[in-house]
Design a protein around this ligand. Structure first.
Ligand SMILES: CC(C)(COP(=O)(O)OP(=O)(O)OC[C@H]1O[C@@H](n2cnc3c(N)ncnc32)[C@H](O)[C@@H]1OP(=O)(O)O)[C@@H](O)C(=O)NCCC(=O)NCCS
Length: 182
């Protein structure tokens, strides 16, 4: 299957909502990660979709900003979803690689995720790297993970405490030094 990655457009919102409903079901909003999304927009520069040649949307990836106990901002990967009939063809892998590359170029030193270890570990996510951080609710065992970008190895040693919604974060006042490890 031929597909390409595009920046998410405003017009994609309804199809993405339908895709996420299909993949994660109606109970998804009770999950701990939804506390980070309630009333807070995703990181616009890190929202991508996969489309086929007819411009049909096949998959979506978004990242939400979260803040650690000391107020530093990191992107939380997810949700990631691919249409059921298009899964297993590399779309998810391409969306993750594209999204992580964009997060690295924005200057983030690391990314967090709550996701399936067998899927995300090959992309560099590691349970141990999230050891200093706690979530505001339960998640399935071993699913809270983090990855550090090259050149920032060890940065997560400086991030600690409870991860909270980044409700005071907005792009115009975003300063990259706020998210860089000291
Ligand atoms: C998970 C999901 C996004 C994967 O997308 P996809 O396009 O089917 O994945 P890809 O084809 O890019 O597969 C990439 C690799 O992951 C593997 N993989 C795919 N789905 C997997 C799963 N559920 N668990 C473990 N590994 C998986 C593939 O075998 C492939 O391995 P390879 O690189 O060795 O060939 C997609 O199946 C989906 O939308 N599932 C429902 C929603 C979901 O579970 N999202 C993730 C939340 S943690």
């Amino acid at each position: 299957m031929t597909f390409h990655i595009d920046a998410e457009l405003l017009d994609d919102a309804a199809s993405i909502e339908a895709l996420i409903e299909t993949c994660f079901g109606p109970n998804r909003k009770g999950r701990t990660v939804y506390q980070f999304r309630d009333g807070i927009p995703p990181v616009h520069e890190l929202c991508f979709v996969a489309r086929n040649e007819a411009d049909r949307m096949l998959g979506s990836i978004r990242f939400w900003p979260v803040q650690t106990g000391d107020g530093r901002i990191l992107p939380l990967l997810g949700p990631l979803a691919v249409l059921p009939e298009c899964q297993g063809q590399g779309i998810g892998r391409t969306l993750i690689t594209h999204g992580l590359g964009a997060a690295e170029r924005m200057g983030f030193p690391a990314v967090l995720i709550v996701g399936k270890p067998d899927y995300y570990v090959p992309f560099g996510f590691d349970r141990g790297l999230a050891d200093g951080l706690t979530l505001p609710g339960p998640v399935a065992p071993l699913t809270f993970m983090a990855m550090e970008f090259p050149g920032h190895e060890g940065c997560l040693d400086h991030y600690a405490g409870l991860v909270k919604p980044a409700d005071n974060w907005s792009h115009p006042v975003f300063s990259h030094k706020d998210c860089l490890a000291s």
